[in-house]
Design a protein around this ligand. Structure first.
Ligand code: UT7
Length: 336
């Protein structure tokens, strides 16, 4: 699915993120499974990840991220009129994470909805927020993306336990009084036949007639996801640029889902984008699913690389299989 060039009347105006204190290093993993720091760094680029405490869940991380957003935004969030929470790892099926966030901040005028588009969830949530604001139905939407992947990771499976980490990010999407349009182009796509990457907590005991393994934990075919993502995202980038009538040189920052550094390198190579113009969170945080893009944006802000007015191409992809890419202007004021 593709949209015409810039019909957007929305922009991102604030960012906040949070990761739990506890760190799980590659050396820690060497003590759990038959792996090595060398293998993990060489195949994934990951050095460490943050892990939630036993009594810390996705809504707690999202609330912390939104608190940090409120600090830098410098104003209350009372007039938020919709909360969209992206997560694959909610505390409960219900009440939803977005309802827990609403309760904490007492946003009395806000609707609340959770969304699960796996690791592409943040990009999907931004797409929805842009659409709701551009239609005139909403004026200020809080998007939170949070994950406690450690709680669904099997720490006896070396092919998955080295990958995942926990964290959350929050952005504010607001109506743009100048109607200049912060969102320039979007692409969405799905390959539902690619269900080779399963987290089994739903009600079904089997999928398409096949019994499922790993109740309550992630099971994946990493190599297949890798190949699909490199092919799909590089083609999506081409389409996004074409739609927006832009060239690679117009892009200040490429922010793909941070699943694996080697995967990011392969996407850049195939899409002909310089790695130096990439923001990622995978090295220090692992794969944090839908939280990985806001965490990478935060890394860009903290290091002074991502600046007000920069053009960002962000791209989420993950289980489903599903993907979403967006071209947008970064409208968050620089911290002085
Ligand atoms: O968030 C989006 C969804 N998920 C992903 O994006 C995951 C994408 N895929 C990946 O990141 C990579 O496929 C992995 C990091 C998961 C695996 O890397 P790979 O280079 O594709 O390795 P592989 O699965 O093909 O396995 C190669 C070998 C195997 O040994 P044999 O059969 O060749 O003897 C594995 O058993 O590496 C072995 N292996 C390990 N060895 C040491 C797998 N995991 C480990 C490990 N340490 N942790």
């Amino acid at each position: 699915m593709a949209t015409p060039k810039s019909l957007s009347k929305a922009r991102i105006t604030a960012l906040g993120t949070y990761v739990p204190d506890k760190i799980l290093t590659n050396e820690d993993l060497e003590r759990l499974v038959d792996t090595s720091d060398e293998w993990i760094v060489q195949r994934t680029g990951i050095k460490e990840r943050h892990i939630a405490a036993e009594d810390e869940f996705t809504s707690h991380l999202c609330i912390r991220a939104a608190e940090r957003l409120r600090e830098t935004y410098g104003a209350a969030l009372d007039d938020v009129d919709l909360i969209i929470a992206s997560t694959t790892t909610p505390d409960f099926s219900f009440p939803t994470v977005s309802c827990r966030v609403q309760q904490y901040f007492g946003m009395e005028r806000a609707g609340a909805i959770d969304l699960n588009a796996t690791c592409a969830g943040f990009a999907y949530a931004l797409h929805l927020a842009n659409g709701m604001i551009s239609s005139g139905l909403h004026r200020k939407i809080l998007v939170v993306a949070g994950e406690t992947m450690s709680k669904i990771t099997d720490y006896t499976d070396r092919s998955t336990c080295i990958l995942f980490g926990d964290g959350a990010g929050a952005v504010l999407v607001e109506a743009d009084p100048e109607l200049s349009g912060g969102f320039e182009s979007v692409i969405l796509g799905t390959n539902g036949a690619g269900g080779i990457h399963v987290y089994r907590t739903g009600l079904a005991e089997q999928m398409d007639g096949q019994p499922l393994e790993g109740k309550g934990k992630i099971v994946q075919n990493g190599r297949e996801v890798f190949k699909w993502a490199v092919r799909t995202v590089s083609a999506g980038i081409e389409q996004l640029l074409e739609q927006a009538e832009l060239t690679r040189e117009d892009i200040d920052w490429f922010v793909p889902h941070s699943a694996n550094l080697r995967m990011i390198e392969s996407i850049c190579e195939k899409a002909d984008l310089p790695l130096a113009k990439t923001l990622q969170s995978v090295q220090d945080m692992g794969n944090t699913s839908s939280a990985s893009i806001p965490l990478a944006l935060q890394a860009g802000v903290n290091s002074g690389r991502l600046k007000f007015g920069d053009r960002v191409l962000l791209y989420g992809f993950g289980s489903g299989l599903t993907h979403a890419g967006l071209l947008l202007r970064w409208d968050v004021p620089d911290l002085s």
